[in-house]
Write a protein that binds this ligand. Sequence first.
Ligand SMILES: [Zn+2]
Length: 423
Amino acid sequence: MRTGFCAAAASAVALTSASAETIYLTADRMIDPISGRVIEGPALLIEDGKITQRSTKAAMSVPADARTIDLTGKTIMPGFIDMHVHLTGSATKGRGWSGVGISQHRSLIWAVGHARDTLLAGFTTVRNTGSDGYSLVDLRDAINDGEVVGPRMFVAGPPVGIVGGHCSDNNLLPPEYEASGKGVATGPWEMRAKVRQNIKYGVDLIKTCSTGGVFSKGTSLGAAQGTVEELTAIVDEAHARGLKVASHAHGIVGIKNAIRAGVDTIEHSSFLDDEAIRMAKRNGVTFVPDIYNTEYTLSEGEKLGVRQEALDKERAVGTIQRESFTKAVKAGARVAFGTDAALFPHGDNAKQFSRMVEFGMTPMQAIQAATNVAADALGKKGELGCLNAECMADIVAVDGNPLADVTALEDVSFVMKSGEKIR
Ligand SMILES: [Zn+2]
């Protein structure tokens, strides 16, 4: 059981400020997710945090003023993107993972360590798909300003959803407390107001919920939440302001409602049928199925205080969610990497790669899900999740060849973010 980031990892962190120096980086091989090919003996030129030239050791000589980073024996690829994390949440410290009794200040302090653990594991970008307040907007800004070590963050703030729903309302306190989440609303105009409030306080995307969830009390995974009219209002308001919308959805009715409303990503996407997959493909919707955390919840949840209702729901959804994943991959739907980290210890995110391969992806497809496919879903195509000229210099390296053994991705030995060597 981990209780935070370990001392050895902490000492491996170098918090250097971005500099104008030129870096000449070489390795044994490079996985290029955009072309789906492997390049032997790659060489990259990095300036001002970006890749400015991409070639091979044989073809590109070292510029006179360049610092050299020689990753002999290693495979490089773009830094990973996890599309679904909750950095304020903790599997081991969260008192049954409910968050009740934990202040936002305390959970923000946890998030500082979680951000570091996540980056050291090779995840140079994360999308935080919901937290109680706006504290992660501050963490994002602190990371961008170099005050804290962590991944580039896209922050959702409080999820927008119905009274008693999975988003924001966890329904754990008795009625006399009149507890209600910040993003709880009724009707299209109230939903729009919540979206506007989130944008006012600096979020990067909007999270909503169109079905019940595993960890909210008294909600059903199969039952739809919110009307198409309400979901459409959320999407319309967000898109008008240039923000994308992620909808948590397990059941098929809520998945289709969210796609009809125009959301950009379907989180969990547990109960998929052929029609839902066709609708997603037609509308450019990306599925974000978290297919590692069930194992952790079912093996550790009981002793960590997870309620019986949540354990029962997790058990009911595990197998069908993996079958849906296989179906979506076979049908050629867009599937991005997202783990719901917080339901297992932050920093273990890469364990999901091997499960994605087990349930139908090739190792290359699993890497693409966490790089260029995720970047597309973020609206950052050509900027993140790639190693071409003009891409951010977010680079990870592992020993050996992860296309032969995908578990190599669980042991990242080199991390660069925006041209800064982190590990
Ligand atoms: Zn989540």
